[in-house]
Design a protein around this ligand. Sequence first.
Ligand SMILES: Cc1cc2nc3c(=O)[nH]c(=O)nc-3n(C[C@H](O)[C@H](O)[C@H](O)COP(=O)(O)O)c2cc1C
Length: 180
Amino acid sequence: MASILIGIGGGIAAYKMATVVSRLVQQQHRVSVVLTHGAQHFVGKATFAALCGTAPVSETYDDRFPLGAHIELAQRADLLVLAPATARLLASCAQGLADDLLATLYLNCECPVLCAPAMSSPMWDKPAVQRNVATLKSDGVLFVGPESGWLSCRKSGLGRMSEPEKLLEWIAAQLAESTS
Ligand SMILES: Cc1cc2nc3c(=O)[nH]c(=O)nc-3n(C[C@H](O)[C@H](O)[C@H](O)COP(=O)(O)O)c2cc1C
């Protein structure tokens, strides 16, 4: 059983994370969810509260965490998963901006970090985004996807977030590696 921190960004692929979280909970992992403000336009807190048994966190200043959620959640995490990782989230993490709870958590986490980007093809292809991905990879962040396929902008192309099954495989592989 591992302690897994799931950070959900503001993209349509956020809906896939309900499946991922449910499956991880069924595998007896302790799952905590952080929703960015953007993510809350796509998925609701109640969904993840019910799936995890604990309310998701979104605010940097939250009375439930006297030391700061960015400290307390990071301290107990065996793995941080950023999915969907938006262009904004990739940029904040790559540049160490700490401009919201999730980007601050990223800086505090000493555990492995797995990123599953999701965005339109033009966004993914943009040199600025690719520079941020290269920076994060050289910082040791693991990436799964994006895949080619149907995008919510009504086009097919590269930028679709990997499916829950693939994310779950990567999470299991990473947990096995860190405990071996
Ligand atoms: C319908 C819709 C879909 C979006 N999908 C994505 C997406 O897949 N990837 C992305 O990087 N941004 C997407 N955005 C833009 C982000 O929501 C926006 O950049 C936001 O500031 C991201 O903030 P966050 O990283 O804090 O969640 C979308 C916006 C809208 C309105």
